[in-house]
Design a binder for this molecule. Structure first.
Ligand code: ADP
Ligand code: ZN
Ligand code: MG
Length: 484
């Protein structure tokens, strides 16, 4: 028993806030960061007699997500009351879809280095968020809790996967892909720090080769990829140790303690809630026509995985390159504009993944704030391809263009950065460099090819990166052979 290998089995329940302007059952704003309780009304405060009215836009965004996850949208779905007491839930129940969710039976497919992954989706349903409790720290006398109901009634979808994931890393990758899909289709802002995307992870272990599922533990409210992965790693370890020690894994709900790096028990199955679900009497069933589904489906943009595969096909990029460039729709569009302007997809890809990304990272910016137009970068790439500037001088030109709106040709002209392709001029520099670097020269002649790179570098330095590197190589080899 001691060394039975165990296989982890993982299923996720993801809550994503829908990008509506107003809440799901009232007209209050959903904007994040307002003063506490600035966006509340009798409906989202749960005052008696206040009637909910369903936000059509929330249904539409829910459908969008469902369709992007290849789910079947149900013609009729039903809201129910999920009854429980919690201070941030003033009605005493949450309105959520239960027996009849908005959509069912989907899947997410994506390529990994070692093959395709498929994670099946059980359901996507609509629900409202609860308020937020803020526990003030302090001694017994001033220990108290604040309640902020701005979030109460904010529309969410819950996405439930089948237990198809087999490792913490795979769960994190899946969650990344899901986030990419939801942000691409404009359903969710992907902001995990603000809690607009969070996940509950269900995990069990079983002896490898076994097909029955083990007893699962649910770890609630993980709001980063890293926490998801860490919490699962910890939990798999904890469960494995328990089984090895002859104990049973208890079915329970746990929390990830970010400070202590471990999961802690929140409630066990014995005190599991009986939510007493029943259909919400104040809301009619959600009716969705086939025409509406077709309309929402037709308006879906290209999804990240499809985009990536198209980049491979259309531009001959590697899967890795395409993966980077397909990170967001904006980045892909920008790359494609550069490629069109440059007439050279490979070079465009290298520039976007190289200099452009480096500069954006250094500035802490995204592609939306890039300091150069795709057209101007395309012109610069054409100048490199046409031998007007060397690759290394082009980097200097790029730095000068960035954030200034200057034209690459003008910069090359003004700063004398044009490539030196004139043999006579370069031969002079080569002769000087050879004369000044006896050591490198004799090492090269002794068979050390690497010394040539050093000498090329010296010529480049003398010409401020403007020399045509192919020509420099050629002239150097000739000079070194001649004088031998
Ligand atoms: P519950 O009734 O406790 O909510 P569900 O059957 O609705 O359980 O499943 C909730 C989530 O837990 C789903 O994502 C599902 O894939 C996952 N899950 C169910 N059983 C297991 C298991 N034995 N191990 C790991 N994950 C599981
Ligand atoms: Zn309200
Ligand atoms: Mg469930």
């Amino acid at each position: 028993m001691g060394d039975t290998p165990f296989e982890p089995v993982i299923g996720l329940e993801i809550h994503a806030q829908l990008l509506t302007d107003t809440k799901i059952f009232c007209g209050c704003a959903t904007r994040f960061g307002a003063a506490p309780n600035a966006h509340v009304c009798p409906v989202c405060l749960g005052l008696p007699g206040a009637l909910p009215v369903l936000n059509r836009r929330a249904v539409e965004l829910g459908m969008r997500a469902a369709l992007a996850l290849s789910c079947t949208v149900q013609a009729r779905s039903i809201f129910a009351r999920k009854n429980y007491f919690y201070p941030d839930l003033p009605k005493g129940y949450q309105i959520s879809q239960y027996e009849h969710p908005l959509a069912t039976d989907g899947e997410v497919r994506y390529a990994e280095d070692d093959g395709e992954r498929v994670v099946r989706i059980i359901r996507v349903h609509l629900e409202e968020d609860a308020g937020k409790s803020l526990h003030a720290a302090g001694g017994d006398a001033d220990r108290h809790t604040h309640l902020d109901f701005n979030r109460s009634g904010v529309p969410l979808i819950e996405i439930v996967t089948h237990p198809d994931l087999r490792s913490p890393a795979a769960a994190a990758v899946f969650f990344t892909r899901l986030r990419g899909i939801l942000t691409t289709i404009g359903v969710n802002d992907g902001n995990m720090e603000e809690g607009s995307l969070r996940c509950d992870a269900n995990v069990s272990i079983r002896p490898a080769g076994e097909s029955a599922l083990g007893v699962k533990v649910e770890v609630k409210n993980l709001n980063s990829f890293r926490f998801l992965q860490r919490a699962l790693e910890y939990e798999i370890h904890r469960q494995t140790e328990a089984v090895r020690a002859g104990r049973r894994v208890e079915q329970e709900t746990r929390l990830w303690d970010t400070a202590a790096h471990r999961t802690v028990s929140m409630r066990s199955k014995e005190d599991a809630h009986d939510y007493r679900y029943f259909p919400e009497p104040d809301l009619p069933p959600v009716e969705v026509s086939e025409a509406w589904v077709a309309e929402v489906a037709a308006a879906l943009p290209e999804l990240p995985e499809a985009r990536k595969q198209r980049l491979v096909r259309q531009y001959g990029l590697s899967a890795g390159e395409a993966g980077q460039l397909a990170d967001t729709g904006e980045l892909t569009a920008w790359f494609e504009a550069v490629s069109a302007a440059a007439g050279n997809a490979k070079a465009a890809a290298n520039w976007v993944m190289g200099e452009v990304t480096r500069r954006l990272n250094a500035d802490g910016e995204e592609i939306g704030a890039v300091g150069v137009s795709p057209d101007a970068l395309g012109r610069l790439i054409r100048m490199v391809d046409g031998g007007v500037v060397s690759g290394s001088a082009a980097k200097t030109v790029f730095e000068r263009m960035y954030g200034t709106g200057r034209d690459p040709a003008e910069i090359v002209e003004a700063e004398g950065l044009a490539q030196i392709g004139d043999e006579g001029r370069l031969r002079e520099v080569v002769t000087r460099v050879v004369a000044a670097n006896d050591d490198a020269v004799s090492r090269f002649r002794g068979g050390n090819e690497g010394s040539l790179g050093f000498l090329v570098g010296q010529v480049m330095r003398e010409t401020r990166g403007r020399a045509n590197p192919r020509l420099v190589n050629e002239l150097l080899r000739r000079a070194l052979a001649d004088d031998a």
